[in-house]
Design a protein around this ligand. Structure first.
Ligand code: PLP
Length: 403
């Protein structure tokens, strides 16, 4: 794995006089040369708009764009490429379902079930929808600092629920949720399921048919791909029964002044010129990750997550959030009474990139009684030595503030 660092040019630099230690991967990962080169190659050789042209460059762009869709279907083990809709990322994918599925299927008094550990991206779209439709939101509770879902009342909560949306891996706690089991129980209760895979795609093998979800959302930039690109997987029959999300070019079959008809899925949901280079980049990222093996990346992530938890737990007065075991490759913590922003700023002075704040999970932070936490999050290129450096720097910061 360590040799893979050389694939990521951004890692090869000093920051504030020290070798960069990039531990902000849950926010966005670095990009390998294979992805950067593919985007560059697209703009230098194939750049053209998709679908509407018959000339050579347009054909190449269209083939590459639709090829990326096929590749994404294979990456997720979807039944067909038509089940993949390209979006700007997880946030837009969830908004798409909330708008296009919600408008058709949600009625006054209906219930949507979420969990207390959701990112704002998997909360606000449902709050907006609930307000529009007169629906109600319920939440699966989180157990406390150990950060597990309390599934004791899950069947009761699912009873009468129309849609259950939940994260696979918590970006704030590092919890890995039992997505297959949650989908099974939701299905038994007649609820539609949406999995937020922002933190798991690119970190672990993902098989939508094995998971049994109806929708799944991901972002390319959190899995070695470009920003502004992502996708929504949706079961075909559900997508076909949904109205368009946005109107414009590309998503129509026939247009008249008095009314229009829609293109078939997935194009019905892709109004306007899409992020073509982003699709090329996403495909290159998927190829890159599969070239390493997602099961190996998962193993590496888990090992770093466990090692970081153990090393940081040795620091006197630190409060670690999330499960002690079975965690993903990230650790969030409160360093005594040192503010998270001070920790991040001081770590940056020695070239360590962390993130501090509520990590877009403000309600969860309130529930745990903290305003902000510091987060170190890992990817395939991080090493145990980098975690040792982090632990040493955190000890120093703690000592400094205790004087
Ligand atoms: N869901 C989770 C769990 C996340 O961690 C994030 C980003 O941090 C998102 C959703 C939103 O992703 P994006 O900003 O790429 O749409």
């Amino acid at each position: 794995m360590e040799a893979r660092r050389l694939d990521f040019p951004a890692l090869d630099q000093d920051v504030n006089g020290n070798r960069l230690v990039y531990l902000d991967n849950a926010a966005t990962t670095q990009k390998p040369r294979a992805v950067i080169g593919e985007i560059r190659r697209f703009y230098e050789r194939d750049n053209s708009n998709v679908h509407r042209g018959v000339h050579e460059l347009s054909n190449r762009a269209t083939l590459g764009y639709e090829g990326a869709r096929k590749r994404a279907a294979e990456f997720l083990n979807a039944t067909s490429a038509e089940e993949i809709i390209f979006t700007r990322g997880t946030t837009e994918s969830i908004n798409l379902v909330a708008s296009a599925w919600g408008a058709r299927h949600l009625r006054r008094g209906d219930r949507i079930l979420l969990t207390e550990m959701e990112h704002h991206s998997n909360l606000i779209p449902w709050q907006l929808l609930a307000a529009r439709a007169g629906a109600r939101l319920d939440f699966v509770p989180v157990t406390g600092d150990e950060g597990l879902l309390d599934l004791g009342r899950i069947d009761e909560l699912l009873d009468g629920t129309r849609l259950f949306a939940f994260t696979h891996i918590s970006n704030a706690l590092g919890t890995v949720n039992p997505v297959g089991e949650l989908c099974r129980r939701a299905k038994a209760a007649g609820a539609v399921t949406l999995v937020d895979a922002a933190q798991s795609a690119g970190h672990a093998p993902l098989n939508v048919r094995e998971i049994g979800c109806d929708f799944l959302a991901l972002s390319a930039h959190k899995m070695a791909g470009p920003t502004g690109m992502g996708l929504l997987y949706g079961r075909r029959e559900l997508l076909e029964a949904m109205d368009p999300y946005q109107g414009g070019g590309e998503m129509i079959s026939s247009v008249d002044f008095g009314g229009s008809t829609w293109a078939a899925v997935p194009h019905k949901f892709e109004a306007g010129t899409p992020d073509i280079s982003g699709a090329f980049g996403l495909r290159a990222a998927m190829d890159y990750l599969d070239g390493i093996g997602r099961d190996r990346i998962l193993e590496h992530d888990r090992a770093l997550g466990a090692y970081a938890y153990a090393r940081l737990a040795e620091i006197p007065g630190i409060r670690l959030l999330g499960p002690a075991e079975g965690r993903a490759g990230l650790v969030s913590f409160v360093l005594g009474d040192v503010h998270a922003h001070d920790v991040v700023m001081l770590a940056d002075r020695v070239g360590i990139a962390l993130r501090g704040g509520h990590h877009c999970t403000q309600p969860l932070h309130r529930k745990l009684g903290v305003e902000s936490t510091t987060r170190a999050s890992f990817y395939l290129y991080n090493t145990a030595e980098e975690i040792d450096r982090l632990a040493d720097v955190l000890r120093e910061i703690k000592r400094y503030f205790s004087r």
